[in-house]
Design a protein around this ligand. Sequence first.
Ligand SMILES: Nc1nc2c(ncn2[C@@H]2O[C@H](COP(=O)(O)OP(=O)(O)OP(=O)(O)O)[C@@H](O)[C@H]2O)c(=O)[nH]1
Ligand SMILES: Nc1nc2c(ncn2[C@@H]2O[C@H](COP(=O)(O)OP(=O)(O)OP(=O)(O)O)[C@@H](O)[C@H]2O)c(=O)[nH]1
Ligand SMILES: [Mg+2]
Ligand SMILES: [Mg+2]
Lengths: 293, 280
Amino acid sequence: ELSEKLESVIKRISGRVVLNEQTVAESLREIRRVLLEADVNYGLVQDFLKAVEEKATGREVIKSVSPGQMMVKIVYDELTGMLGGSSRPLIYAAGQLSVFMLCGLQGSGKTTTAGKLARRLKAEGRKPMLVAADIYRPAAIEQLATLGAQLEVPTFVPRDTGRPVTGITADALMEAASQGLDTVLIDTAGRLQIDREMMEELVEVKKAVSPQEVLLVVDGMTGQEAVSIAEAFHRELELTGLVLTKLDGDARGGAALSIFGVTGVPIKLIGVGEGLDALETFHPDRMVSRLLQ
Amino acid sequence: GVLVRGLDRTSLDSLEQLLLESDFGVGPTLRIIDTLTAEGKKGNLHGEDDLRELFRRELRKVFEPAAGKTGLSLAASGPTVILMVGVNGVGKTTTIAKLARYFQSRGKRVLLAAGDTFRAGAIEQLERWAERLGCELIKQQPGSDPAAVAYDAVSAALSRKADILILDTAGRLHTQGGLMEELVKMKRVIGKRMDGAPHEVLLVLDSTLGQNSASQARVFHEKLGVTGLVLAKLDGTSKAGCAVAITEQLGLPIKFAGVGETLEDLEEFDLERYVDKILS
Ligand SMILES: Nc1nc2c(ncn2[C@@H]2O[C@H](COP(=O)(O)OP(=O)(O)OP(=O)(O)O)[C@@H](O)[C@H]2O)c(=O)[nH]1
Ligand SMILES: Nc1nc2c(ncn2[C@@H]2O[C@H](COP(=O)(O)OP(=O)(O)OP(=O)(O)O)[C@@H](O)[C@H]2O)c(=O)[nH]1
Ligand SMILES: [Mg+2]
Ligand SMILES: [Mg+2]
């Protein structure tokens, strides 16, 4: 289940006793290609290759292993090292209302993820409320309300979409408290990280609700802009976690390594389907295999 | 940097980095850099401006074959039927609304069809847009067969003498075999109801996505015969460089660019502006 390119790396440098500079350089070119084609951030790939080169050059090859296999093992170990500790659990407030805020670019999967989270929390014995804070997209409120109805989870719907979102979310918290609920999931509108006004709206919402989690929802197929996008949201909001969606497809998911590798924001969950049950914990080792396939 | 007859190696390296960071992909980037390096060795490059100009010319070559097909194919008689497809969340429904506005502003009577009978709020979303546009909408109950909606919609377009019919479909990953077959069936049913329809199968790509867009294009094209691409969300910071590989491999014309979330935010694709964005 290794990519053809890495298999050819193994074949090409077989029959050598030490990983010399030329051997390593050839292999690094192939590895660079594999990672870039997996959408891993360009700058991160450069740093990664340097680290691999240091580990590889001049190493003696273990008797039972071919130089090529050793090279690939070094890559595996380095990637696993980089993604180690990238998976973290959700943070709840002790003895009071927990608030999770979902944000991200247009179409990344926020509303669906809010539904999935509500389902998971309910299954864990918690009492969640969904909050429809996207007052812009046509029928966004209906979309979330439909999910809430399917899950039999209360959905807070703005009475007046002319009011600012901060007022809506503050009202939602009061409503959740009065209903004796314990977790509030706020679905926000998709926005560009370069949209000053819309980013400011998120900053205001965060101030208004003091969330335990500010989750950036990122499409798992996102390309080279992943880091720049995440950095902007992180700078404005101090993200507590990432959710990568649509990993049920054949995208290699380099955005995961890129964002965690550069910003250190942990990956809390992954989306693996459109169904409300399609939410999983992130497994770094599975991601490494996915990146190298 | 080492001079390649008047051109700094550093400039070529910077351009390589720029292209890779624009989601061009390794293959297309290496090919372009090799071509430009060869030009440099022949002495045809005398600085940054030459490099940019030559890069622009190389891209024009890539887009040349598809350039003649960027207009929309209209039906010889009767309604022109357009099927909008693509993976989840790329911008299909919003693009349909923008396209309806595009045609209305050209005096055409547009009919819309709510072919996404699956996702929560999908029919409502298109209904809202139809209201804003003052456009008729064909819809059925959520959960109904999308092919049945398509059949109804084509019948309605014919009997009501609409100029344009645009059908929405549910988002689906190209790896979901059963869902791809659902689209194939929808297209077949449309063709049964009206000869030659759909006249356009538009694949919407999200400019923010990376190399996976090329796989999407390949599979959707294999299954359906895509007639054109829409690059949505080009108002973001992503440069949709994978469109180059797709054009090289499949020759699919890019018909429109989505540049925002309102009805006015649809542009006919402009190659020069696309190159400007890449080089910016
Ligand atoms: N296959 C798959 N589809 C997903 C996943 N998560 C979300 N989707 C789909 O992606 C599309 C967009 O999801 P939404 O939840 O509407 O995205 P959003 O971020 O709320 O969109 P905006 O509010 O417009 O920014 C829908 O078709 C969802 O069903 C996932 O993990 N896998
Ligand atoms: N900035 C920007 N946002 C866009 C553009 N096109 C669509 N969007 C936004 O992207 C999000 C998803 O758009 P939809 O039209 O619902 O996408 P879709 O492909 O129909 O999604 P599904 O039906 O769930 O698969 C919405 O928030 C849109 O407003 C664009 O060109 N620019
Ligand atoms: Mg949403
Ligand atoms: Mg849609």
